[in-house]
Design a protein around this ligand. Sequence first.
Ligand code: UDP
Ligand code: MG
Length: 317
Amino acid sequence: MDRKLLSIIIPCYNEEKTVETIYATVTDVMTNGQCDYEILFVDDGSKDYTEQKVCGLAQKDRHVKYYSFSRNFGKEAAIYAGLNNARGDYVVIMDADMQDPPALLPEMISTLESGEYDSVATRRVSRKGEPMVRSFCARCFYKLIRRISDADIVDGARDFRMMTRDMVNSVLALSEYNRFSKGIFGWVGYRTKWLEYENIERTAGETKWSFWKLLAYSLDGIVNFSNVPLMISSYLGILMTFISFVAIIFIIVRKLIFGDPVSGWPSLVCIITFVGGIQLFCMGIMGQYLSKTYMEVKKRPHYIIQKSNDEETEKNK
Ligand code: UDP
Ligand code: MG
């Protein structure tokens, strides 16, 4: 029987302290394993020695391929680049910082080999070791997005996931510019098995996610997978029209019955500021969708690969 090929995609941004550890561990797990493998390091414009390190690994070991971006394009772009260049029958995405245990790989492969599932996904059951504010915000975000979106987005889901070639091709068919992988994986469907594990803290280096990056990421998730904010803005518009209609009748009737005492200045100011606030809020929501649409129609590439040891990629440049 033909041995299957597994592509292991590892996005790296300033991971000079971790790439060698993850390389060694993955190699250890995969040597003499159930399938052949290739490791694809996607260097997302790192400013440290990540590129030199993965380049060194690639010279030593023919299993290693690397793709170096011309600047930092973000983890989503790195994942997309990996999926685009992976040739495996199975493809897995994992972080460079050992938060995704390579020891799970054999179990994931067996699950896919059995043919019962098309994808093995992972979620962490705890957020141990994470700052309280961050895990609170993350929880709220997942509650919200699960309510307002039709894609199945699981709380605590990681990007650590192994997929069959069919599923990868479906994911690649969604070539949108603003990518939110957790939503895309849920949206394409397929039979998915979930593995759960306790949060593992990163081995070295530090998290690349600032508060603002996380906020932008969650907004991307909401705008990409839900129209509910737009609906809220139209419902608010309808509600305000109704309220003002009632108020107009009330004011006219009062004038006809009680004459015209000069009063009502405070209520006037309240109404003007209230309505103004709602209008700005709704325009902001529309602006969010408009700006995403603007980025989509420009059809810019998701990333630019400046350097790589993959001949095929270099040829197609
Ligand atoms: N990463 C990336 N580009 C970025 C930010 C992060 O490729 O702009 C990679 C990073 O190197 C790591 C993975 O994405 O392999 C997850 O990042 P991190 O560990 O910082 O996130 P956390 O685990 O804290 O959510
Ligand atoms: Mg991490």
